[in-house]
Write a protein that binds this ligand. Structure first.
Ligand code: ADP
Length: 718
């Protein structure tokens, strides 16, 4: 196993690299500059954290927000990686501790805000510490071409000059080619390794619904995800408040978040969400940069964002842990007009770029083409699958009109006859057969297309026009959105191509549920609930987000494998040595209790169950009798109908409950004396260290048994 993979397993508990992680880690470890572009949830953080741990010296990570830094440091801490962050919120004592740790060179990863690296005194300070490399997270913030430019990131241009010879690595989730080039140029990266990941997020199911009853549509989605984390984006503060009230009144745990709230309340709500104390956060787009929560199961946009870059970033907050999650966008053409009006104040060239992006976003909402394909191609990558199986289009959830071709031909004919002088509203009136004064004045009621779609609702006709624009058959131009037929539109008129026009009805997406079911197939959800409850309890005790203890993907794997021992726990994804030592016992106990049917209900036990001890109590009592008689573990297991693992865990319980001091007959005298010598040499901190010290010759079970007896001895002396 490569040293980087070994460290990843030991500290983070992951067996396999995600795509491109290995290449990115190799580049950082080899000391060459790099730019890594990976979608949200791709696992960028590990790309610099693992090589930082493997390299000599300390890595400095630049991150835009204090809350992100804190979460990362907490997470690294829980994995046993020495990390810290310096930010404006630290008090004197905290600063002194970090100062001491820096002097002692005991920090492997230091998180800082970009502004700090511009402070000369801080730079001087850093110069005294041996550095491995700089890692710039959210690196697109340095580029004017990106969608989230931050002036403070410009300070990072000086890094290469001020820290000669120290490699710089940049990481981002959104970077089109110009942004990529700009990042490399701004940071002065020297022939960097450029790695661009696959932008598809197959675990996300995308769907677009036409808005009709917005609140009910949001509620439908929320109810598909009962007790799960989700974000609902609303376009304004007022709508955030309304939606939060509505969802709370409907019995869901939901809190608002927007820039108009006081700092304290906003922070409190964000923390409640991060720590899974509330399920849903209703927010304006102000929310999100500071969110690193891996188990967000749904993101709903109750209005259309202004670009696909924004959509990808916001929707991309779902499912970072790789588990099935849902992204729903409620579309109304009014959103398009709303954004156009807001953009009107921009200067000419910026305006046309912004309107171009807005039109692409609108196209995404109105086209009937695989959503994964559209997103991936927008970000400059080919989409090679035929169908994604994870969007409303491929899952056949969108209802297309059976007369799409005929309707489209009527619309396009009308636009052609009107001679490229009318916008969507006027064209709708003509097609709908309105008897409007303007129409009569222009004698358009005498045209053959007048009233051609009068059998349909005007709103639907207007909507189809937008869909034809979105699908590229019509073009809108100028201040008045004058319509004209494009070349592909001409093919429709000739019958060579057929658009897919949506039926007005709105349907509930079923695919997301199906995908979700598939992901959790074979997993005992009762056990998952118990594990989640324990996780929440531990997180609350520590005042930390739940995912710092274990992510959902880890709990899922745990529920699948149902480990019975520490060794088996180490095979679970996301459990490294430190987490195994810190939380292993508690979670093994939950699994054990669940398997033996304990604590299944909080209701009063029935008189029958009160009278009789349950199955596991019987087994335990019998096993203890066997241990008193000095029976071997295997013997106890077969007599009591237990697995050997279960017998072993009962033996540990027996040793601890009965204050047993003697490890014989379960461990031979020779082995015991070797284990005691090893304890004297390397201490009792880590079982793995003891195991290695003993040359891997003595089983973990024997080590545990001797340690348990030694603990009793110590307690007795105390
Ligand atoms: P990004 O910064 O690219 O959005 P993160 O670094 O936050 O992604 O990783 C997303 C989630 O995936 C985290 O919970 C992380 O621990 C997990 N993860 C990262 N690498 C792996 C891996 N190799 N195997 C399993 N899970 C991983």
């Amino acid at each position: 196993m490569s040293p980087l993979k070994q460290l990843m397993k030991q500290y983070w508990g992951y067996d396999e690299f995600r795509p491109l992680q290995e290449e990115a880690m190799d580049a950082a470890y080899a000391g060459r500059d790099s730019l890594v572009v990976m979608p949200t949830g791709g696992g960028k953080s590990l790309c610099f954290q693992v090589p930082a741990l493997a390299s000599e010296g300390m890595a400095v990570v630049v991150s835009p927000l204090i809350s992100l830094m804190k979460d990362q440091v907490d997470f690294l801490d829980s994995c046993g990686v020495a990390a810290s962050c310096i930010h404006s919120g630290l008090d004197g004592a905290e600063k002194r501790i970090i100062d001491e740790r820096l002097r002692a060179q005991s920090i492997k990863i230091l998180y800082v805000a970009p502004e700090r690296l511009a402070v000369p005194a801080f730079m001087e300070y850093l110069r005294k510490v041996p550095l491995s490399f700089f890692a710039i997270d959210e690196a697109h913030c340095i580029s004017h071409w990106g969608h989230d430019f931050r002036p403070s990131y410009r300070e990072l241009r000086a890094l290469k000059m001020n820290f000669d010879g120290i490699p710089v690595h940049a990481y981002t989730a959104t970077a089109t080619s110009p942004v990529r080039e700009d990042i490399c140029a701004q940071l002065g990266l020297a022939s960097p390794e450029i790695l661009v990941g696959d932008f598809d997020r197959p675990n996300l199911t995308y769907s677009v619904l036409r808005q009709n009853n917005k609140k009910q549509q949001v509620l439908d989605c929320v109810e598909r995800h009962s007790k799960e984390s989700g974000i609902v984006y609303c376009p304004s503060r007022k709508k955030v408040e309304d939606m939060a009230d509505f969802l709370s009144d409907s019995g869901h745990s939901a809190l608002p978040y927007h820039a108009g709230m006081g700092d304290y309340e906003r922070k409190r709500n964000q923390e409640a969400f991060t720590r899974s104390e509330t399920d849903i956060i209703i927010a304006t787009v102000a929310f999100g940069m500071g969110i690193d929560k891996p188990d967000v199961r749904f993101v709903i946009h109750a209005g259309m964002p202004k670009s696909l870059e924004h959509y990808q970033q916001e929707a991309g907050r779902a499912g970072r842990d790789g588990l099935a999650s849902e992204c729903v966008l409620l579309y109304s053409k009014a959103d398009h007009g709303f954004w156009r009006r807001l953009l009107a104040d921009l200067e000419d060239d910026v305006y046309s770029a912004a309107v171009g992006k807005l039109d692409d976003m609108n196209g995404y909402c109105t086209q009937v083409e695989c959503r994964h394909k559209r997103l991936v191609e927008y970000f400059g990558q080919p989409f090679l699958k035929k169908e994604c199986d994870a969007c409303d289009v491929c899952l056949d959830e969108v209802d297309c009109h059976e007369d799409s071709l005929k309707i489209a031909q009527q619309v396009l004919t009308c636009v052609g006859i009107l001679g490229d002088v009318a916008g969507p509203s006027y064209t709708t009136l003509v097609l709908a057969g309105a008897n409007d004064e303007r129409i009569r004045t222009k004698r358009h009621h005498e045209l053959p297309v007048w009233g051609a779609l009068s059998a349909h609702h005007r709103n639907d006709v207007r909507d189809w026009i937008e869909q034809l624009v979105g699908q590229g058959y019509l073009r809108k131009q100028g201040e008045y959105n004058i319509l004209s037929v494009t070349d592909t539109g001409e093919s429709v008129l000739l019958g060579d191509e057929s658009p897919r026009l949506l039926k007005p009805a709105v349907r509930k997406p079923k695919g997301a549920q199906a995908q979700r079911k598939k992901t959790w197939e074979g997993v005992d959800m009762g056990l998952v609930d118990r594990l989640k409850a324990k996780r929440l309890e531990l997180a609350r005790e520590r005042g930390k987000p739940a995912f710092v203890i274990f992510g959902d993907a880890t709990l899922k794997d745990m529920a699948l494998r149902q480990p019975q021992s520490y060794e088996e726990l180490l095979n679970v994804q996301g459990i490294g040595e430190k987490k195994c030592n810190d939380f292993g016992g508690v979670f093994l106990e939950v699994i054990d209790q669940y398997q033996s049917g304990e604590g299944e209900s909080v209701a009063e036990p029935s008189s029958e169950s009160k009278a009789k001890p349950n199955r596991s109590e019987f087994a335990k009592a019998r096993a203890f009798e066997g241990f008193v008689e000095g029976q071997a573990m295997e013997e106890v297991a077969s007599r009591c109908g237990l697995t050997e693992k279960k017998a072993y865990s009962l033996l540990l319980e027996y040793i601890s409950e009965r204050d047993v001091l003697e490890s014989w007959p379960w461990v031979s005298h020779g082995e015991r004396s070797d284990i005691v010598k090893a304890v004297l040499a390397v201490g009792t901190g880590r079982r793995k260290t003891l195991f290695d010290y003993l040359g891997g010759q003595i089983a973990y079970e024997a080590i545990d048994i001797v340690l348990a007896c030694l603990r009793n001895e110590e307690l007795k002396r105390a």
